[in-house]
Design a protein around this ligand. Sequence first.
Ligand code: JHZ
Length: 397
Amino acid sequence: MIYEKNKYVEFLHLGKQPIANRFLYKNELQNEFFYNLDVAFDINSKLVTHTNYVDPPLMFNNQYAYRGSMSATMRDHFANASEYFKQIFDPRSVLEIGSNDGVFIKNWSIESTYAVEPCGNFAKETNELGYKTYPEFWTKDLSERIKNEHGTIDLIFAANCICHIPDLDQTFAAVYDLLSDDGVFIFEDPSLAQMINTNSYDQIYDEHPHIFSVIALKNLLERNGLTIVRVDNLNVHGGSNRIYAKKSLYCTSIDPSVYHNIQFELILGLDNIDTYHKFARRVEQSKLDLLELLNTCKRLDKKVISYGATSKSTTVFNYCGITSDLIEYVIDTTPEKIGKLTPGSHIPIKSSQGIDIDVDVVYLGAWNFSSEIMKKEASFINRGGKFITHVPLVKFI
Ligand code: JHZ
């Protein structure tokens, strides 16, 4: 960890974990990479962060499998967000950090939108669509080059990206350099408050070295000249926060949502290590409960599969020791995942054309899309099929 070693307290150990989005063919299993996933609370900044960070190129490279546009929920989410930002900020130029397959930038004009995406497969795709995409990690050096080529930027956006970057000080300093003086930096990531409240420990995996509270972000942004001016609580990805930050020197007003979110987090105890020790105990219980439920299904000879080959389920399967013994296969719509095996647990992934008729029980790996999935899979429910989730508690739904 890059934060001061003697000032953090480890509270959660999620065991040996693989690269969450590295889906493998059978012949690739031999040299699979594993690391210890341990989580700590930084006493100074109040940041929840891993004790060791996986080297980013091991996760984000030409074979990156996660496509943001695979769900209607997220396509609509980014279309609505774009409309809204146009209305209230009317930016002359836009830059997205971590543009993935272009699910956000596709709502903006090619002429004044730039993107940064270290996964070469996706950078190529959005460059071919006409969006100038830098196939690199976000660094100070890159932000200086972009400024020299295109000038300062009015709206810098990032969704599910900032919490992926180990060095937050460098990240925020690079944003500061490129942002226009009256520009806005907007980013959204899973909310620590929601994770703690709903026991969704599977938000923690290699790609999420930090899970953000507003309290920690305030500390980290302020030491880099940026002030949080507004916070929106979003439903997506199991509960996320959208943070609006401006240059402190030019910021004239702060929305009450910032104060309200910080008060809420203080009431939850997110500034206090005891909260995290209690959370760790609930995570252990969640593992026991899920294993008991899946073992009961097995004893009753029920056919159990999983829905969505998610990064989140990589954490659950490897932490709980779930293999194809308990979950026969996983279904997913992403072409890059189909025909491969899940990381570490090596459960086969099949294409999703509805849930097969002989399936009795479906574990929701993509529990964050449960409404979309339930609607799509109404016939499974109608014929008596059952979904299982572990969020907030292990249960049938
Ligand atoms: P989903 C990824 O996490 C990784 P994951 C990343 N680190 C991150 O931060 C979050 O996203 C935002 C499939 N699916 O979005 C598509 C169906 O098959 O929960 C996806 O593979 N049918 C960048 O991987 C998966 O489920 C469907 O009907 O935990 C969902 O993955 C739907 C709705 C989804 O993210």
